[in-house]
Design a binder for this molecule. Structure first.
Ligand code: DX5
Ligand code: ZN
Length: 219
């Protein structure tokens, strides 16, 4: 599977968001990672549907939406209408995860399941065939700019092993604290989709993206 970069716009400059997205696209980033926070599942509040529909119009990039929201099933239809391609929900946030994933598929999106740093990989067992993407959080969800939790590498490896047997087509995404200096070990452990906020948007966006793409190509 070709490795993918998903810049997280949480660290972008919102007054020139369209321009910044264009820079990531031109330098090769295939996805845009869109972090939705509700002030309940996580302490902070970020942005939602109206922002997604407005950026949907300015880029061809795949919209990878990460819902850090309690009972996300309530918003599946709205995010489809706003332009989401992938809709990732948190294992910890859903009363009925099976039904939430069904709902995402019903609206024609790809489904992702995310787990927080303290949630063990074995919790995903019943759902391994029910999603197209599995997101390992390598920081506590809620804020950009935190440090990568090293134990996440073991979780990526463990999940890779399980998916090889149960769902080899599924992608592993990793989110939080990833920079040029440590992305190699994340890829080595088995990640397919790399999320980076600060690592892309702090400094020269074109250069940062191009350097990530250069490293991704080596795996
Ligand atoms: C954290 C978000 C991340 C965040 C990553 O809750 O899910 O996507 O933007 O930011 P960095 O790359 O700065 O850790
Ligand atoms: Zn995220």
């Amino acid at each position: 599977m070709q490795k993918i970069l998903a810049p997280s716009i949480l660290s972008a400059d919102f007054k020139i968001l369209g321009e910044q997205l264009r820079q990531t696209a031109e330098a090769g980033a295939q996805y845009i990672h869109f972090d939705v926070m509700d002030g309940d599942f996580v302490p902070s509040i970020s942005f939602g549907m109206p922002v997604l529909s407005s950026i949907r119009g300015v880029t061809e990039q795949v919209m990878d939406v990460h819902l850090m929201v309690t009972e996300p099933i309530r918003y599946v239809k709205a995010f489809k209408e706003a332009g989401a391609d992938f809709l990732t929900v948190h294992y910890e946030a859903c009363e009925d995860l099976h039904r939430t994933l069904e709902e995402i598929h019903k609206y024609g999106m790809k489904a992702g399941i995310s787990i927080k740093p303290n949630t063990p990989v074995y919790m995903l067992h019943p759902f391994l065939k029910e999603a197209e993407m599995f997101l390992i959080m390598s920081v506590e969800p809620g804020f950009g700019g935190q440090s990568f939790i090293p134990y996440s590498l073991n979780k990526i490896q463990e999940l890779r092993g399980l998916l090889e047997e149960k769902n080899p087509e599924a992608a592993i995404e990793v989110d939080g604290g990833i920079y040029h200096r440590n992305v190699g070990e994340v890829l080595q452990a088995g990640a397919d989709v790399i999320v980076s906020g600060s690592g892309v948007f702090k400094g020269d966006i074109r250069e940062n993206t191009a350097k990530f793409m250069e490293i991704l190509k080596q795996y």
